[in-house]
Design a protein around this ligand. Sequence first.
Ligand code: NAD
Length: 287
Amino acid sequence: MIIVTGGSGTAGRACIDELTAHGYDVTSVDLVPPADPEVPHSRVDLTDFGDTIAAFAGIDDAVSDVTGIVHLAAIPAPGLATNHVTFHTNITSTYNAFEAARQLGIRNIVWASSETVLGLPFDVPPPYVPVDEDYPGRPESSYSLSKLLGETMAEQFCRWTPRTKIIGLRLSNVMVPDDYQVFPGFQDDPSVRKWNLWGYIDARDAAQAFRLALEADRTGADVFVIANADTVMTASNDSLLGELYPDVPRRREVGEHETLLAIDKARRELGYAPRYSWRDSAAAGGR
Ligand SMILES: NC(=O)c1ccc[n+]([C@@H]2O[C@H](COP(=O)([O-])OP(=O)(O)OC[C@H]3O[C@@H](n4cnc5c(N)ncnc54)[C@H](O)[C@@H]3O)[C@@H](O)[C@H]2O)c1
């Protein structure tokens, strides 16, 4: 069985759908029940270590034989709570998930890090574009710091137990199809979405990345930027970068609408291939 922490949330729902569609036995652990009552769920507080390890160890008929963890439970952005509460919640939940898995011998963990680690909101411009996994983290908020420290914890947990795999996915801004209705409103002002280099991730493509990372035959800690293949903008990257990041060097050529959050590593090492684009949505005049 695969446990999805935070399975009632936006990314969690998509992960449960993706894993279930690929034949996995999945259960969600979350503070709140899922919108879909058919989704197997137990109420668990990930900030409580006893609750976390008890859930991962098994709950009567509800949870058993856990072989992998998709860890998403968190306060998912800066500003939703006070900084110390966001930090405390996220760092504690991630520690508890990693430590409970370690004690129980669960060696396959994929968790949600964040694009913010790349230096969002880029008030200090990025060192180059497309941004990727090759430069040290630059957290600019307590939320982002909690994610960077999660990545650091993953490295140490994998050093302690080298057979373990802990993959952190640095998700871009998660979108569901309804969210595409607001994308036309971004187009008049390129500065509106400059904070994440005009990136996004469709929750269904994020879910694909979680499944692929779960299935990856490897050990150790690693991180991958996960975004869609294109930007949220109809303006070209030449125009956007020329206006808002004129002094940022380009590490390689980028396509007209190609994501500036590089997904090359995820494509190469996980086989990630995003299938969705807001450009195909009704909001953009597509299907
Ligand atoms: N939404 C984004 O744009 C975005 C971007 C980058 C990374 N992420 C990360 O992806 C993950 C999922 O984000 P999301 O957008 O689905 O968020 P969400 O808020 O929709 O879902 C998070 C879920 O976690 C649960 N949760 C929170 N604290 C918990 C606790 N102590 N114990 C158990 N469950 C708890 C919540 O009840 C919620 O259902 C988070 O780790 C977030 O930091 C999100």
